[in-house]
Design a protein around this ligand. Structure first.
Ligand SMILES: N[C@@H](CCC(=O)N[C@@H](CS)C(=O)NCC(=O)O)C(=O)O
Length: 230
């Protein structure tokens, strides 16, 4: 069996991996794991990723979790064009810097903002935190360059754009109020290709039309929200 990617395109890290693989013509079998159906808790999926999270990769007998590790594995194995993860020491360090930063900053505040749609008590402070992260994204990473880690698209851009392309970010008008980020988004979309960009985000953009969670669903999600908020 060749390369298998276990994904749900509702998930930001899954969309980053999906775009990367498709854009680089990496042949893979898509194994859809529907989070909303709890398929990530199945015993069969635990064989692939004992952490029971998507994305996950299986390449023969080798299995791998964590989107950043998966992106790096794919780029090394399939020798993706240099701009994704440059050989140059300092250009690579710029990409590494973003990939390290985003876990506890942009990713963390976007995730919490999303869940606070379900449990709105602490929304204001999370939105302030998200705003601060967006400011840093502009001032520290994008600066006056075309992309987050320099003049060419890299993994850093994929990880960031897939984070910001979801209904909550759209609801927070991330791009409307930040023309610099809006222009960057257009460049990323053009570099990835409009069709692939839209294909990858189709499911998550439709999610904004879902009705708000009812009380029973909120109760069910509470333990998960507690973990995510702390
Ligand atoms: N740090 C991980 C995060 C993976 C992750 O949290 N995946 C979520 C979807 S975005 C998931 O599978 N959640 C299921 C759960 O936690 O039960 C990565 O970048 O791959």
């Amino acid at each position: 069996m060749g390369l298998e990617l276990y994904l749900d395109l509702l998930s930001q890290p899954c969309r980053a991996v999906y775009i990367f693989a498709k854009k680089n013509d990496i042949p893979f079998e898509l194994r859809t794991v529907e989070l909303l159906k709890g398929q990530h808790h199945s015993d069969a999926f635990a064989q692939v990723n004992p952490l029971r999270k998507v994305p996950a990769l299986k390449d023969g007998d080798f299995t791998l979790a964590e989107s950043v590790a998966i992106l790096l594995y794919l780029s090394r194995k399939y020798k993706a064009p240099d701009h994704w993860y440059p050989q140059d020491l300092q250009a690579r360090a710029r990409v590494d810097e973003y990939l390290a930063w985003q876990h506890t900053a942009l990713r963390s505040s976007c995730t919490r903002a999303m869940w606070q749609k379900v449990a709105p008590e602490t929304l204001a402070s999370t939105l302030a935190e998200l705003d601060w992260c967006l400011q840093l994204l502009e001032d520290k990473f994008l600066k006056d360059e075309d992309f987050l880690a320099g003049p060419h698209i890299s993994m850093a851009d994929l990880v960031a754009i897939t984070e910001l392309m979801h209904p909550v970010s759209a609801g927070c008008q991330v791009f409307e109020s930040r023309p610099k980020l809006a222009a960057w988004r257009q460049r990323v979309e053009a570099a990835v290709g409009k069709d692939l960009f839209q294909e990858a985000h189709e499911v998550v953009m439709k999610a904004k039309d879902l009705p708000p969670a009812d009380t029973a669903m909120k109760e069910k999600l509470k333990p998960l929200i507690q973990v995510l908020l702390h």
